[in-house]
Design a protein around this ligand. Structure first.
Ligand SMILES: [Ca+2]
Length: 411
């Protein structure tokens, strides 16, 4: 199977799937090799969501940097993976904020933590980032501040000029429902419905224009906020698809809060994340999004058959038997959706792979259009192995004015 992937006929078929025979209009980067997206910056080497981490990701070759966004109490968009900041900042070491620790519900789960939504931007700026994972190098902890979206955009633009590459941003609206419904202690809404979406769109349109050529992807695990955005923007929209775990037989485990988009839960809908990947589900997603981005285990089936394949004397997820494509990539392409996937890490499970570069190369060969990795250099090396002639390399080179492209907003 794998050898087949190297043959020219495979590439002809891949191009056909990408839209040249199906009548689907080719999108900006469809003619190019897949994207390497710096996941949370380069979280493997630097505390996540810091300007220093994003800078390193770019220097290591990432095409896009990925800020997860949450709102401060005074409505600024800052980069954190979740509204809770106990795990990724030194807030616990700030006695002046000790009483700020509180219980809040996020997507149906109660957390006892510090929440960005209870801090002003000025207060957030007094904190410093730390590595979220205990197994990662702590030497850069307590040095870097929490960046705003404005600072991240300025960095991407500056690095684009410096490097001559078009460095894009891939912001995620974190917990849209939470931000829409979060309340102050006096029970007043902090933000309200789609305030976050409008805020983000106003900023992106002002900075990049309302264009599919903007070097931007907006991502979300929720659905209705992307549908809302589709009515207002041509910027690329990405439907993320989550799951809780992978079963021994390779099927996905769907357990709350990773079972359904949270807006589906609130609306009383029964559809799960997995339902978004059926023929009907993909057609539905295509009605409002440009890219589908499932967790990688939806794309490649791996089975736990109890064999210590890497012969390290332990049975881990890396030992799973790889059974190839689940068909999701091919199906999504047929529907005109590009496929991005996550997350590839040198220091965590490869689900069937012990070598992270080999794992990413495998997904590239299957035809994905982009991947998120905590180790941008390994991602770039894997892509080089599959596309040695550099078929990439500017994700939006088909956009006439590239990075400078700036259309008038519709709204
Ligand atoms: Ca093993």
């Amino acid at each position: 199977m794998l050898n087949q992937l190297y043959k020219p006929t495979f590439w002809a078929a891949a191009l056909a799937i990408a839209g040249f025979q199906s009548g689907v209009e080719a999108s900006p980067e469809q003619h190019n090799a897949p994207l390497v997206i710096g996941h949370r910056g380069t979280a493997g080497y630097r505390p996540e969501h810091t300007l220093e981490g994003y800078t390193l990701a770019i220097d290591l070759g990432a095409d896009f940097i990925e800020p997860d966004l949450v709102l401060t109490k005074d409505g600024y968009m800052v980069a954190r993976h979740e509204p809770m900041i106990g795990a990724t900042t030194n807030v616990a070491a700030h006695p002046e904020f000790a009483t700020r620790k509180t219980k809040r519900m996020v997507d149906g789960v109660e957390y006892n933590d510090w929440f960005v939504t209870d801090f002003t931007l000025a207060e957030i700026k007094t904190l410093r980032a730390i590595q979220a994972l205990a197994n990662r190098d702590p030497q850069y902890n307590n040095l870097y501040s929490i960046p705003t979206l404005d600072e991240i955009i300025a960095l991407a633009k500056r690095k684009s000029l410096e490097t001559g590459r078009s460095i894009g941003i891939y912001p995620e609206i974190k917990h849209s429902t939470y931000h829409a419904t979060a309340k102050e202690v006096n029970n007043h809404l902090l933000f309200g419905q789609n305030v976050f979406e409008d805020k983000l769109l106003n900023k992106l349109h002002a900075e990049f224009g309302n264009s599919a050529c903007a070097p931007v992807f907006i991502q979300s695990f929720e659905v209705s906020n992307l549908q809302y955005l589709r009515h207002k923007t041509h910027i690329n929209l990405v439907q993320l698809v989550d799951a809780d775990d992978v079963n021994a037989d390779g099927s996905l485990s769907l357990v709350a809060p990773y079972k359904q988009p949270y807006d589906f839960v609130v609306a009383g809908k029964s559809e799960t994340f997995a339902d978004l990947l059926t023929e009907n589900g993909l057609a539905y997603v295509k009605s409002y999004a440009d890219v589908i981005a499932p967790w990688k285990t939806y794309l490649v089936k791996t089975v736990d058959d109890g064999i210590d394949r890497n012969k390290d004397g332990k049975l881990t997820l890396n030992d799973r038997r790889v059974e190839g494509s689940t068909g999701v990539i091919e199906r999504a392409h047929k529907h005109g959706l590009r496929v991005h996937t996550w997350t590839f890490r040198n220091d965590a499970s490869g689900y069937g792979f012990s070598d992270p570069k080999a794992e990413m190369a495998y997904y590239f060969k299957l035809g994905i259009d982009g991947l998120f990795t905590d180790f941008a250099d390994t991602g770039v090396a894997a892509r080089y192995e599959v596309f040695p002639r550099g078929e990439k390399l500017d994700a939006f080179k088909h956009c006439q004015h590239g990075y400078q492209h700036h259309e008038k907003a519709d709204d």
